[in-house]
Ligand binder design. Structure first.
Ligand code: 9D3
Length: 252
């Protein structure tokens, strides 16, 4: 897989190679991460790649030519038709389904914007999709681009240390995680651990975890839990969770 990133801060985005399992995967041969600075490909004589917006208003706009020239340079190196994805507050929300889709392909080209925006003609002529990280305002598209890279690269075979993690991931991607605990079993400040996790009864533990995952998702992402699509066993677990939740609330 090959990932190219157009950014005014290539040194920052390249840092991904220095950290964690994704860093290791990027450094090893299965991936190429290349960052491209539009300043190197069509900046004006003064080195600038932005200008004031037609029609007036605050802020600056990234110009078409440096972005198009950078993309042309990337296309010379990549002998494919990799999609161009713009990170934009106006994009559709980036979600796990998209990460899986991108992980199944042979790569993509990310564009991280700066300033108030980029010339619409670049979007109209060169961009295949626009992705947002959600409705909050960042100062540029670099962190969103790095998030997309992390989400995609970690899905590739061999990146997750433990093969079981990938299976459990795909199994439970639609559910939030169950709560985790590790030693000590008793903390003077924070109390104990749910008994079942200390029982050694693996079936009971699996059942408890599935109940917690279903219940937490039902509470925090209700749209994801459609009762009619649950199996009878899942429905029973969710009802158990809801009953226990009501009992715990009555106790307070
Ligand atoms: C006043 C209008 N602003 C739009 C909300 C302008 C603007 C703000 C921030 C234009 C660009 C940016 C920089 N943000 C991104 O490039 C960005 C982003 C974000 O800010 N939030 C969530 N996802 C993303 S993806 C790219």
């Amino acid at each position: 897989m090959r990932i190219d990133v157009i950014t005014l801060f290539p040194e920052w985005v390249s840092q991904l190679e220095h950290f964690g399992v994704v860093g290791r995967a990027l450094r090893q041969t299965r991936f190429t991460l290349a960052c491209w600075n539009p300043r190197d490909y069509g900046a004006r004589a003064d080195g600038r790649v932005d200008d004031r917006p037609y029609g007036g208003g605050p802020g600056m706009v990234m110009q078409y030519a440096p972005l198009a020239a950078t993309l042309a340079a990337i296309r010379q190196v990549r002998a494919d038709t990799a999609p161009v994805i713009l990170m934009s507050p106006a994009g559709v929300s980036f979600e796990q389904g998209r990460a899986a889709e991108l992980a199944a392909g042979s790569g993509f080209i990310l564009v991280a914007g700066r300033y108030e925006g980029i010339d619409q003609r670049f979007i109209d002529h060169c961009v295949d999709a626009e992705l947002s990280m959600g409705d909050f305002v960042l100062s540029g598209g670099e962190l969103p681009a790095m998030s997309v890279i992390d989400a995609v690269v970690r899905l590739q075979g061999g990146v997750l240390g433990d093969a079981r993690s990938a299976v459990e991931d795909s199994f439970t991607d639609n559910l939030l995680d169950y709560p985790h605990y590790t030693r000590p079993a008793e903390s003077a400040e924070a109390g104990g651990v749910p008994e079942v996790l200390l029982s050694g009864d693996h079936a009971a533990i699996a059942r408890w975890r599935q109940k917690q995952a279903l219940g937490l998702t039902w509470m925090r992402r209700p749209a994801r839990v459609i009762r009619e699509r649950l199996s009878a066993a899942e429905r029973a677990l969710l009802d158990e969770f809801i009953a226990e939740q009501a009992a715990a609330t009555d106790d307070e």
